[in-house]
Design a protein around this ligand. Structure first.
Ligand SMILES: Cc1cc2nc3c(=O)[nH]c(=O)nc-3n(C[C@H](O)[C@H](O)[C@H](O)COP(=O)(O)O)c2cc1C
Length: 433
């Protein structure tokens, strides 16, 4: 391969929840949403296409932001119901051999010791194939589910997250890599000199350590984050192996990457050790014209139901957009939820109707046959400078096949993505050229 392989991930929004409710091609997805079958099929398809990883989104509340009621969300299975994604991880690991599996964890509500132990266990069990998507949890309702009256302030959440990850890393390091000696002659399973208390005393968390399981197979599982605000980006640049970026133009991707790489370097790290992946939602057709027709139909549906985008965005930003005049210019709004996301949303138009019509969760201009899209992806990557893409969209087995059995083989033919995994560990494959 003369060019660097494009890194490939799948962002599974709505995670272990309902996929494709009342949509054609949904199959058993909505009916059997609480069973792991669709997720296992997805993982196998991603591995067939040599993806780097599959990320399981998560949230910890039933939204009621739109119209101050749960009705809009629950009647459409929008963001709820949703199972805990962690029990899926061993099943997905078992069904694959090389694919990275990345569950989401809240640094605001998960105890760091339990998280360090959980991820160490999963990394050992999977022989080095898991990662962790760190989120601060952005919803007031989530905070209330954990006993708070109001959520912790946005920037303070990131200060906590930073300390959380510092602590978790120290717990993973509390066992030397060669601590398990299994010396039968001396009667020593673990050399106790190689297991160290950490006596961590921070502003928010304390832990004596050591961990009561061994060092993870990768040392540290792969660390992932998607902060978009200045505080989010600072957190990401200090710790993360992968940063996710949801923007809708090549210029925004380029600017995000340049800014993040600068921050990674300023944090004393090699910018190439932190991969930036952009969220994309392609539209595939048998012909380019057919794909363009699908885009037109989707756009018409979006314009017919602007409340879908407004409700979705409301649940990410804790704002009830139903109270505003949809055709009046929208004022500057602030949030203690996803600040970076709100800023980007409001830039997409002057009125809420315009914004909803232009709503893009990521980059949606990959349109055409698999080969056309592979070419577009190659051009986009060249323009942006690296590193890869996170596919997302409503999961049906048809949509997955369009990508894993259509677009990716076309990328592979062009030498743009790998045709085999070179390494056993998730991070080694991620960093390999
Ligand atoms: C691709 C992607 C995946 C994300 N996954 C989650 C998730 O699973 N759970 C969650 O609470 N937030 C998730 N987020 C939100 C981010 O963690 C973050 O809050 C958001 O990008 C806004 O940035 P800020 O927190 O710096 O304001 C995701 C964001 C992106 C772009």
């Amino acid at each position: 391969m003369s060019v660097k392989p494009i890194k490939l991930g799948w962002f599974l929004g709505n995670s272990f929840g309902v996929h494709g409710w009342s949509q054609p091609w949904a199959g058993t997805g909505p009916r059997d949403w609480w069973q792991p079958d669709l997720h296992v099929d997805l993982a196998r398809a991603l591995e067939r296409a040599c993806f780097d990883f599959m990320l399981l989104e998560d949230s910890l509340f039933v939204p009621d932001n739109y119209g101050n009621s749960m009705e809009f969300y629950l009647s459409r299975a929008l963001r709820a119901p949703k199972n805990d994604p962690l029990p899926l991880v061993p099943l997905l690991v078992q069904a694959t051999q090389r694919l990275g599996i990345v569950p989401t964890i809240s640094t605001s509500f998960y105890p760091p010791y339990l998280l360090a132990r959980l991820m160490a266990t999963l990394d050992l069990m999977s022989r080095g194939r898991v990662g962790c998507n760190f989120v601060t949890s952005t919803a007031e309702r989530a905070a209330q589910n954990f006993g708070l009256d109001a959520h912790i302030e946005h920037d303070l959440r990131y200060e906590m997250a930073d300390e959380f990850v510092d602590l978790v890393k120290q717990l993973w390091d509390s066992w030397d890599a060669d601590a398990i000696v299994m010396d039968e002659k001396k009667g020593v399973f673990v050399d106790h000199n190689k297991v160290h208390p950490i006596d961590f005393k921070g502003r928010f968390f304390s832990s004596r350590g050591p961990l009561n399981t061994a060092r993870p197979a990768q040392g540290h599982p792969v660390l992932v984050q998607a902060g978009n605000s200045p505080q989010g980006q600072a957190f990401a640049s200090k710790h993360m192996d992968i940063v996710l970026c949801a923007v809708s133009t090549a210029a925004e991707m380029k600017a995000y990457r340049a800014s993040l790489r600068e921050k990674v370097a300023a944090a004393g790290r090699d910018p190439d050790s932190c991969k930036v992946l952009y969220v994309v939602m392609p539209t595939v057709g048998e012909t380019d014209a057919e794909a363009a027709e699908r885009v037109k139909r989707r756009q018409a549906a979006k314009e017919k139901a602007p409340e879908m985008a407004l409700a979705q965005m409301g649940s990410l930003t804790d704002i009830d957009f139903s109270v505003f005049d949809i055709d009046a210019p929208i004022a500057e709004l602030t949030t203690n939820g996803q600040q970076g996301t709100l800023k980007r949303f409001l830039k997409q138009g002057k009125t809420l109707r315009e914004i909803a019509a232009n709503y893009r969760y990521g980059y949606e201009d990959l349109v055409g046959t698999p080969d056309t899209i592979a070419r577009q992806m190659g051009e986009l990557m060249e323009e942006v400078g690296g590193d890869g893409f996170m596919f997302t969209g409503t999961v049906t087995r048809r949509y997955v096949a369009e990508i894993t059995d259509g677009i990716v083989p076309a990328l592979q033919k062009r030498g743009l993505s790998r045709t085999a995994y070179a390494h056993e560990h998730f991070r080694d494959n991620l960093l390999a050229d």
